[in-house]
Ligand binder design. Structure first.
Ligand code: KG4
Ligand code: ZN
Length: 357
């Protein structure tokens, strides 16, 4: 009789979602449960680490129970357990890590400490069978990175943000404009009736060497224009939203173009097969940004792959899958959560002060 595939419980708790998923080695997703803290954080206008850690603690047992129920499985059916071990808000990472270790110790099953960024990096293979190597643009509230993914554990970071992530820029600008949290969807909706050429805004790092990003100067420019125009009550919000969205799209397109060129140079053997550009993260839901990136990929003769939102925004299925990709190499229960954990320690840092992972 054929052996049934390994069943992995995955746990994600590094930012503002408490999530548990059950995924089999044959890519069957039995459950992918997410308890969002959006309502809690909306009250504070963003994520407050202490509040997030407490919320993870309150929700994690129930989310795991929900995942087992959705899968129609019991804890006895789980063969191994994986949790995000970093990078992220350390209080939340600790909650998921301790929970996974307790399950592993009690059940005597393997434990995996997964790099959250590796979860994102490998998620296209769970969703869409994308072959190595591929270029990943990860654009969310926490990250803005360009990564060449050559294999599990084999990453080259081409670029990252030296300050805010793209989603963070949307969220902070939306807050200033009185549009609420999360800001991306609100700005996209407001932009529909606006003129993207109405307000001149900068494109930080556009045309610069390398593939890094910067969004904080753009945010400051937006906030300054907003107050010059009379603040959220008097300013033309639709025009500001459309102009901001166009500026962010332009920056993402320019840096991605540079990364596609570098990828072609570093993986010349792959020219015969059309390589993939994968876009993951909440910002990819923006239709204008998606359309702009679609053009960038087509112009460079890359196939575009966008995992379904449930797999490319923060989730636990990607954590389970990243562990399944290296099932022969579990981690020790002595693993200590890591607030910083770069995927490519050799990567050149972005210019300026910050080194975001
Ligand atoms: O991947 P995600 O759900 O969670 C993490 O941040 O990890 O991404 C959330 C981010 C938020 O900053 C949100 O404002 C942004 O993605 N976002 C959008 C849109 N939908 C979500 N940004 C622009 N346009 C959207 N339609
Ligand atoms: Zn993430």
């Amino acid at each position: 009789m054929a052996q049934s595939p390994v069943i992995m419980l995955g746990i994600e708790s590094s930012c503002d979602e408490t999530a548990a998923a059950i995924v089999a080695a044959d890519k069957t997703i039995y459950a992918n449960e997410i308890a969002s803290q959006i309502e809690t954080h909306a009250k504070h206008g963003g994520v407050v680490p202490e509040v997030a850690a407490r919320a993870h603690l309150e929700m994690i047992d129930q989310v795991i129970r929900d995942a087992l129920a959705a899968a129609g499985l019991t804890m006895g059916d789980i063969d191994a357990v994986a949790a995000t071990g970093g990078p992220g808000l350390i209080g939340g990472v600790a909650v998921g890590t301790v929970t996974a270790k307790a399950i592993a110790a009690a059940r005597q099953i393997p434990y995996f400490a997964v790099n959250h960024l590796e979860g994102h990096a490998l998620s296209p293979r769970l969703a869409d069978d994308v072959a190595f190597p591929y270029l990943l643009l990860l654009v969310s509230g926490g990250h803005t990175q360009l990564l060449a993914v050559a294999g599990p554990g084999d990453y080259r970071r081409y670029g990252t943000t030296m300050d805010d992530a793209a989603g963070e820029a949307f969220d902070k600008c939306a807050k200033a404009m009185g549009l609420g949290y999360p800001g991306g969807p609100a700005i996209e909706a407001a932009a529909k009736s606006g003129d993207a050429k109405a307000i001149a805004l900068p494109r930080p790092l556009k045309g610069s060497a390398g593939c890094h990003f910067s969004f904080s100067g753009l945010k400051t420019a937006l906030v300054n224009r907003l107050s010059q125009l009379g603040g959220p009550e008097a300013a033309p919000i639709a025009d500001l939203a459309a102009s901001l969205q166009a500026a962010i799209a332009d920056c993402l397109a320019d840096r991605t173009k540079a990364a596609l060129t570098r990828f072609r140079a570093e993986f010349p053997d792959d020219d015969a097969n059309q390589p993939a550009l994968v876009i993951a993260g909440g910002v990819a839901a923006n239709q204008h940004i998606f359309a702009v990136l679609q053009r960038v990929a087509a112009d460079a003769n890359f196939r575009l792959s966008v995992p379904p939102a449930k797999l490319c925004t923060d989730n636990a299925a990607m954590i389970a899958w990243a562990a399944l990709e290296r099932f022969d190499r579990p981690d020790d229960l002595a693993f200590v959560p890591r607030p910083r954990w770069p995927l490519d320690p050799e990567a050149s840092p972005p210019p300026g002060r910050g080194v975001r992972q």
